[in-house]
Design a protein around this ligand. Structure first.
Ligand SMILES: *Cc1c(COP(=O)(O)O)cnc(C)c1O
Length: 453
């Protein structure tokens, strides 16, 4: 290896600023430097192997160095790495668009590319605003979103995913959305049964839309699972009720499937569990199997048609990014979709999801500080509590999540917490044995970290 671990650690500390990271804490210890990957494992510069328990931040699908994806990337390199979509089409982005329209719900028929989940959301929000203006309903300028929603970190996306703790510094330039309380809030915070929580959450959404439905451009939701909130699961019935409310108030429904898309929940897309037909869908993360930055906003033909006009009316959608529809990323995304068919990925996810439910019940549920376990497919959150009976949270200063993941790392498993919630989000290619290891090591780490403080 050309660089020593010691140099890399030194340069990291000297030159880098890591995302979502209090750098004062980061600089206090040497980072793990990843050099390569193999299947569902990450390998550091000293040759240590770690099970990738969070799919490299929720995006890896078929494991690392997957031959078919590597080959697709290399083959595209031999043709062209990048060419613009402003004024030109390219082969992989065109093929991918057709495939995406085929596998998403019939309600969305157009693809607008960008390069991150956040930009896919920005595009959906901007399209919604312009759509209503072009329809002569200029008053529809507000968005409705769920409390603790996460839709990315750009300013528009932060407006619909506002959290005071993270975003108070930007408040002067933000337009926070009207928030509705998710079913999780009623169940976990207020201790209602799942049934009651579902009814309360729908009633809350009805109330908000009765008040502001007429000025709402769109409702935006993460379907089935609010990932970054700490895996806040929605019971069946919630998403169709929100879709129905959107229809009744004549507003648009945007489903942000950046985390849930591409097989994660056991269907290709979460909305397909309940036959929901959104007006727009945001896709990212797993779209390239976790290889390259690419995102897509899927759009209904009704919205698309409204933008058709003579050039000199300046009603086009004036939005684009330099790497929109990048051929390398698109070629890998096409190969990613082929693997879903050839390897029957969804069948495997459903099997593994059942296995994960059983493992969590066996290893984690009995632990005294496990308060709640939430799961859809291969995305799960284990909420740790100081007192299970009273649902008392750990104080953030205790860093309980951090202690758990450190212990897991000592046993060769990489996971990441969201506050007091331990997240399990393995690649969809995880084997039966690896999933068992992931659950066992996580449970042992929870037991260790919660017992010692
Ligand atoms: C990760 C995520 C985003 C943001 O995606 P980036 O590629 O990180 O910008 C948006 N929405 C959801 C639901 C996500 O999980």
């Amino acid at each position: 290896m050309p660089f020593s671990t010691r140099d890399l650690v030194d340069w990291d500390h000297r030159y880098l600023w890591h995302p979502f990271t209090q750098m004062q804490e980061w600089l206090a210890e040497p980072p793990l430097v990843i050099e390569s990957g193999e299947g569902n494992y990450l390998i550091d510069t000293d040759g240590n192997r770690y099970l990738d328990g969070v799919s490299s931040l929720w995006c890896n699908v078929h494991g690392h160095r997957k031959r078919e994806l590597d080959d697709a990337l290399k083959a595209q390199c031999d043709r062209i790495a990048h060419s613009t979509m402003l004024g030109l089409a390219n082969v992989p982005a065109t093929v991918l668009a057709k495939r995406l329209v085929e596998i998403t719900p019939d309600s969305v028929q157009r693809v607008f590319y960008s390069d991150a989940g956040a930009t896919a959301v920005e595009i959906a929000l901007k399209l919604a605003l312009q759509y209503w203006s072009l329809r002569g309903e200029e008053q529809r300028t507000r968005f409705v979103s769920l409390s603790e929603a996460y839709h990315g970190d750009t300013l528009g996306a932060v407006g619909v995913g506002y959290s005071d703790a993270f975003h108070r510094f930007y408040r002067p330039v933000l337009r926070p959305s009207r928030q509705i309380r998710p079913p999780h809030y009623f169940r976990w915070i207020e201790g209602q049964t799942s049934e009651q929580a579902l009814r309360s959450a729908i009633a809350d959404a009805e109330q908000v839309l009765d008040a502001c439905g007429g000025v709402t451009a769109a409702i935006i939701v993460e379907p089935l699972m609010q990932g970054a909130a700490g895996m806040w699961a929605q019971p069946p019935g919630y998403l169709p009720a929100i879709a129905d409310l959107a229809r009744r108030h004549g507003t648009l429904l945007i489903c942000d499937e950046v985390a849930t898309g591409f097989g994660r929940t056991g269907e290709m897309f979460a909305v397909q569990h309940e036959g929901v037909q959104p007006d727009m869908m945001c896709l990212g993360k797993g779209i390239t199997g976790g290889y390259l930055p690419l995102a897509a906003t899927m759009i209904s033909e009704e919205i698309f048609d409204r933008f058709l006009a003579p050039h000199d009316r300046f009603e086009a959608f004036f939005h684009g990014h330099t790497y929109t529809g990048n051929p390398l990323a698109s070629a890998v995304a096409v190969a990613n979709l082929e693997l879903f068919d050839s390897e029957k990925v969804l069948d495997r996810v459903r099997q593994r999801a059942g296995q994960l439910t059983a493992l969590l019940r066996e290893y984690c549920q009995p632990l005294p500080h496990v308060g709640d376990i939430r799961q859809w497919g291969l995305m799960a959150g284990i909420e740790l509590v100081r007192d299970r009976e009273r649902r008392t949270a750990y104080d953030p200063a205790e860093r309980i999540g951090l202690h758990v993941i450190r212990e897991a790392r000592r046993h060769g498993v990489i996971i990441r917490p969201l506050g007091n919630v331990i997240i399990l989000m393995p690649p969809l290619s995880i084997t039966e044995d690896e999933l068992d290891t992931l659950a066992r090591v996580t449970a042992a780490a929870i037991e260790f970290a919660t017992a010692s403080r």
